[in-house]
Design a protein around this ligand. Structure first.
Ligand code: GDP
Length: 192
């Protein structure tokens, strides 16, 4: 069974019950989460890549190969969404974390050109505080020179030595194999 889109829900409480392991994807709006989902799935069609940033407010649920659920949480931190919508994001994330007992791994996607923003640090700290393993995906590295990409990766590792970090770009297969390996190990580990 390939990767399939299951549903979009407005609230974490509306997610269907499932015993499958969950992997959550988080990141600021427009960092390339949807594109990464499509890359992981090997299709351009699964997740809708935004033309207008900051519009996805729902939680999107995907089933990968019948083995695990990928939970795409709404993007945060886009400037037009400041204020009350950030509060709503916080509430939604808290609700999701308190209910997601099958959550095994968090993929935190950041734009390689901009590095960590305060909102990313905040989210990353929340995840590590509750003991969740995090992979930081330094995205859009095709927009950087090799030296810039290496420096950006080093900066992330220096700041969060306990989080795994890898570079990714939809322009190549860079980082994709490593990310799939990490997911595979996580899913196998969850199955005991
Ligand atoms: P989301 O809001 O985080 O889901 O981001 P999207 O996947 O919708 O992507 C936002 C924009 O960034 C779109 O115009 C994508 O085509 C572009 N994008 C996504 N990933 C990459 C990448 O690896 N490299 C480049 N250059 N652009 C990307």
């Amino acid at each position: 069974m390939p990767a399939v889109f299951l549903k979009s829900v407005p609230r974490a409480a509306d997610l269907p019950e499932s015993s499958k392991p969950q992997i959550a994807m988080l990141g600021r709006s427009n960092v390339g989460k949807s594109s990464l989902i499509n890359h992981l799935a090997g299709t351009g069609k699964l997740a809708r890549v935004s033309v207008t940033p900051g519009l996805t407010r729902t939680i999107n649920l995907y089933d990968f190969d019948g083995r695990y659920l990928l939970v795409d949480l709404p993007g945060y931190g886009y400037s037009r969404t400041a204020g009350s919508r950030e509060g709503r994001f916080e509430g939604m994330l808290g609700e999701y974390l308190s209910e997601a007992n099958q959550l095994k791994l968090v993929l935190l996607v950041i734009d390689g050109r901009h590095g960590f923003q305060e909102s990313d640090r905040h989210v990353l700290n929340q995840m590590t505080d509750v003991g969740l393993p995090v992979v930081v995906v330094l995205n859009k590295t095709d927009k950087l020179s090799k030296a810039e990409a290496a420096r950006a990766l080093r900066d992330v590792k220096d700041e969060y030595p306990n989080a795994r970090c890898l570079s990714h770009s939809t322009a190549s297969t860079e980082g994709l194999g490593e990310l799939r390996d990490i997911i595979e190990k996580t899913v196998r580990g969850a199955a005991g």
